[in-house]
Design a binder for this molecule. Sequence first.
Ligand code: BTX
Length: 341
Amino acid sequence: LKYSVAKLLKDAAPRYVSGGDIARRFNVTRAAVWKCIEELREEGYIIEASTRKGYRLVSMQDCLNAFEIQNGLNTSVVGRSVVFLNSIDSTNSYAKRLALEGAENGTVVVAAEQTMGRGRLGRSWESPAGKGIYMSVLLKPDVEPYETPVLTLAAAVAVSDAIKEATGLDTGIKWPNDLVIDGKKVCGILFEMMSEADRVSNVILGIGINYSQEPEDFPAELKDRAISLKTASEKGAVPPCTTPGSMPEFSRLSVIRAVLKQLDIVVRMVINGRTDEVLAMWKDKSVTLGREVSFTLKGVQYSGVATDITGDGKLLVECSDGVRRELLSGEVSVRGIYGYA
Ligand code: BTX
């Protein structure tokens, strides 16, 4: 009932709908309608009530729930089932637990807060309540393990496209799949998989996007390395439809829905063998290729210039010792990004 009422108010907005009309429509009491309105308000719907005119939906800016994430999404796989949690240790860990219980391909877990958000290589991901987007997508892509690096690059392309669609902001991709604005990290992607001998059974794509943190919300060591969509949009890269300086009308909800739609597209491309196109999209957004990079391999530090991505998703580096090396994973510092001067 609650979300039927929400939908009714959404369709009617900015007009009022009387409590009596809603009650009759769903064959419930006016008190039941009032209870729904209260619950919706708690979920972030801003609803005005007027004794004469009834109820009116004013804004959904902070609203987040499984119904709104999924409603009318029209994707083929991604978002078939959506779980929303107010708080969780890590959406990736939760999605892994769901996978073990047999959750379906395309299941999405979204949380408003993570208490133990995880990064790559055992690092942590700052996940304050309400200020970021924390989501994991469970996929059963039926690909072989060697094909998965391209899937992670594809995820970065999808999220970058989604951010563009929902906010108008341009992001660059730092290899393999950090999204960067002004040399600062706005999104990180954690790719985890469970595989059997030669088949990948479950892939979990964890996506963390900084949404509304102010610079001072980040821990001191991240201040110069992290940025939120809100800060980026205020700094001038404002979507064309909004007045400069004002907070554009983009919400966590619109970003999440755009991510699911774009992921659905690129995952299908990878499964259908269109990896060349995906890699071309990645290269187009890259802030790594053509730049000086440094990295550590088996305890030895190397530097050189990143020149290309191989067909199976490895980074090619022409090292200063004259050797060309291929990197499959790990950490690469790129000059000009995250304070690497
Ligand atoms: P990463 O290992 O590339 O990045 C982690 C590093 O980034 C940290 O060591 C820290 O320096 C920095 N960092 C931590 N938090 C933030 C932040 N909010 N913004 C910018 N920089 C930060 C990237 O790992 C992968 C992150 C994936 C996060 C998602 S959230 C949903 C899902 N669930 C989960 O537990 N992880 C993923």
